[in-house]
Design a protein. Structure first.
Length: 532
């Protein structure tokens, strides 16, 4: 059970989860806590260190009632000065400890770093049940998917350890005589060295998996790591961190500070002690990339993944992929199918097949492992409802009746969506999927490329030549042929173009991204040619 057994020390007597710094679980001097609301019951479930002060709450009231930018800015400033999440002093200490620990860790043999990671992976998997329980309660992830997230995370950590040993164990030797005008008198040895302190900020929908996808590459490459988990999902992340603690990593190497991103985020992302930021989330990432200093950034942001369906597609395969891709975890995946662009001649058939498959989806609580569960927050449900209302007003065809109870929204397919509707472009992050009927492949590609996002896309056709041409024309980081978009397997490259991100994830790419190249050049007194 969460917070018990090996996890007892991570929670205090008042049932507030502690933050993790310098190898210890601590209570913040802020003396405040933030409640994590269970999306299903809509009641407070857990508490973590940090939290909104009265002033922050007042800020919201004033924003609501008068909306004055001046008042908002003033109260935000007051709020910032008085501090609400883990305090700035605590963050400073975390950064100092991370810097010191990193110097020693970088001198730890690679195979030993890998051993630690393998140990953490095994502990993580051993404790999958309490961590999955947190995912169910904090983010309403269906019970089986919650367990899968933890197991997948353990596998990711182990694979990263193995991959790190392989790719970091290799360097390059360059010789000078390949460049015009040079003799073979210089040998350049280049290898990958750590960046320093990596700041990891994952989103609510994979608080464990998208945390370890940053933690493991950072650590195997010899960096230290500071995690700011999403508030919704923080308790699952703190349990995961305890697994790393139990694996015996040196003090200060890994830290986890909690508190609302809106309050603690700027201080963290602009902290001079941070040498790299790996962020996954929404538009916040765009703002961070403008504020962060001259450090490497890995940004995985939103998406509006298009599914282009040609006349010759296997329609049953298309329908099952649209339902899986559009509605898994209630559409709260950056890689969810977010718009279907189907050729008019097969549109009726596809819509009927999708409707029939959707009718089999169970709707209810994550504890019952339902397919469709409540979305993460009331504000998210309200946002989704706004998109649905807009589509209704503008004449979309509702394939099912719109239903909502609290944060639970029944899966909805909207047919005959047109480009003037918000749902054609915006990311609902919920179980609502628009269908746009197209009369040519070019029209589909044009819609896909007109989006400000460019994460993934997919195309369904039996003609591989057409599929390749379409894939090449789509401005997205990945195109799936005959399958719905997906990030995994986790060693595949994963990247977004345009507003969907900077850099590339995937185990190998993340390890490389969290290192820099260091060269040592040996200058010989006279040219030397092998076997010469
Ligand atoms: N491309 C990808 O791989 C993925 C993209 N996403 C995108 O993320 C969005 C939904 O996730 P969501 O968690 O709501 O995204 P957010 O961008 O709201 O939050 C992501 C993380 O950033 C933190 N944060 C918030 N404000 C700041 C700040 N000013 N500075 C630093 N950190 C901050 C959040 O903390 P807190 O929770 O405390 O606010 C959270 O940990 C969708 O747009 C989705 O498409 C989601 C998953 C994967
Ligand atoms: O966070 C997300 O939404 C992803 O990175 C998608 O992961 P998935 O394709 O494995 O669900």
């Amino acid at each position: 059970m969460a917070g018990t057994g090996v996890f007892t020390e991570i929670v205090d007597g008042d049932q507030v989860y502690k933050y993790y710094a310098d190898g210890e679980w601590k209570k913040s001097a802020s003396g405040k806590s933030v409640s994590i609301v269970n999306p299903t019951t809509r009641k407070p479930q857990y508490k973590v260190q940090g939290g909104a002060t009265r002033i922050a709450k007042l800020t919201c009231v004033i924003r609501f009632h008068c909306g004055s930018i001046f008042f908002i800015a003033f109260f935000r400033l007051v709020d910032w000065v008085f501090g609400t999440a883990c305090t700035q002093e605590e963050v400073n200490k975390v950064m100092e400890a991370a810097k010191a620990a990193q110097k020693l860790w970088a001198r730890t043999p690679l195979w030993k770093r890998a051993e630690h990671l393998h140990k953490a992976a095994a502990i993580l998997k051993e404790h999958k049940a309490p961590i999955a329980e947190c995912l169910v309660k904090e983010i309403a992830k269906p019970a089986k998917d919650a367990v899968t997230e933890v197991v997948r995370s353990g596998d990711l950590v182990s694979y990263t350890a193995e991959e790190g040993v392989r790719i970091l164990g290799e360097g390059k030797l360059l010789v000078s005589d390949s460049f015009p005008g040079n003799e073979r008198s210089k040998y350049c040895l280049s290898s990958k060295v750590p960046l320093g302190v990596v700041l990891a900020i994952p989103p609510f929908n994979y608080p464990v998996n998208l945390a370890v996808s940053k933690i493991a590459p950072a650590l195997i490459a010899g960096n230290s790591l500071v995690l700011k988990p999403p508030t919704q999902g923080a308790v699952a992340a703190l349990h995961m961190i305890q697994c790393f603690h139990l694996a015996g990593f040196p003090k200060g190497l890994i830290s986890c500070v909690t508190g609302k991103g809106s309050e603690i985020g700027d201080f963290l992302t602009m902290h001079p002690g941070v040498n790299c930021i790996s962020f996954t989330g929404g538009d916040t990432g765009i703002a961070i990339s403008k504020k962060a200093g001259m450090i490497p950034l890995q940004m995985e942001l939103g998406g509006k993944d298009a599914c282009i369906v040609l006349e010759d597609a296997d329609l049953d395969l298309v329908a099952s992929n649209i339902v899986k891709g559009g509605y898994s975890y209630s559409g709260q995946r950056c890689t969810a199918v977010k718009v279907v662009l189907v050729m008019e001649s097969v549109a009726d058939a596809i819509v009927e097949k999708v409707k029939a498959t959707m009718a089999k989806l169970s709707v209810g609580s994550p504890e019952d492992d339902c397919d469709i569960t409540p979305v993460v927050s009331e504000s998210s449900a309200n946002f989704i409802e706004g998109l649905v209302k807009d589509a209704k007003e503008k004449g979309a065809t509702f394939c099912q009746e719109y239903q909502r109870e609290g944060n639970l929204i029944w899966p909805l397919l909207l047919d005959h969506v047109r480009p003037d509707m918000r749902i054609a472009w915006e990311e609902p992050f919920g179980p609502v999927l628009p269908v746009i009927r197209i009369s040519s492949v070019e029209e589909g590609i044009h819609h896909c490329n007109a989006s400000n996002f460019g994460l993934q896309g997919c195309v369904f056709t039996r003609d591989i030549n057409k599929a390749i041409l379409i894939s090449d024309a789509m401005e997205t980081g990945t195109v799936q042929i005959n399958s719905a978009p997906a990030r995994g397997p986790d060693h595949f490259p994963f990247q977004g173009l345009k507003d969907s991100g900077i850099g590339s994830q995937g185990i190998t790419n993340s390890i490389n991204m969290m290192t820099k190249i260091k060269s040592t050049v040996i200058n010989l007194p006279s040219p030397s040619y092998t076997m010469g």
